[in-house]
Unconditional design. Sequence first.
Lengths: 174, 100
Amino acid sequence: MVVVFFTYFALASIVAGVMTVALKHPVHCGLALLALLLHVSGLFILLNAEFLWAVQVIVYAGAILVLYLFVLMLLNLKTDDRYFHSSYRYFLAPAAIGSAYVLFLLMRSPFKGTKGDAPTVAVLQDGDTYAVGIKMFSDYLLQFEIVGVFLLGAIIGAIVLAKTPKPVVDKRDR
Amino acid sequence: MVPLSAYVAVSAVLFLTGLLGVLIRRNFIIVLMSVEIMLNAANINLVAFSYYLESMAGQLVALFIIAIAAGEAAIGLAIIIVVFRGKISTNVDEMNLLKW
């Protein structure tokens, strides 16, 4: 059953990603990106990461994507006839060959490594949110605070950038 | 049971799709969307390794990546609005003011 869901979410997210890159109208690209984000959140559910699922739906699909769509509607872009880069064909064949090679390497790799301290049974006992919270506010407290300061800086920067500039008054005229 | 390499393969395909989008699209907003695709591919990778190697660190880093993606989207879209105000275009090819 998990395999069926994984196949669906994986294929749907890849198709949505390709559509995001390939569709012509920017709003359609935004909606394809929304489909991609929701299917990726489905993959998170399959990996026992419910908290990340919630964050993905609320923050990514709910906030970031709406910000994108706001800007798209605000600018009211008209689509060019030529919406790909002029030499995009030169990128396609190397991309296909490179991705085939990467997939070949991935399928051969065993991905062994030392196990951490959060086995699935222990995580499922108290829930994923509990495990994330305990870890975040003990070992990752400094990074958490840094991200807070980063977000404050990003907010201030966005406001300063998007503010309507004051009309320039030449001082010599006064 | 889905093998770990399947998740990593999905992540690799999505990352390459995003990279291709950054390279070939001409609309700056779509380029930023392709960056979001790449960040999502990295998130899939981190969460998959976090599950299979039984460590919580991957999920935390994925959470921080989402926060950084939010900041990046805010700043990038503000830059787009500033550029659009002056030039009435979001075409990447026409943004050459900082070109050396």
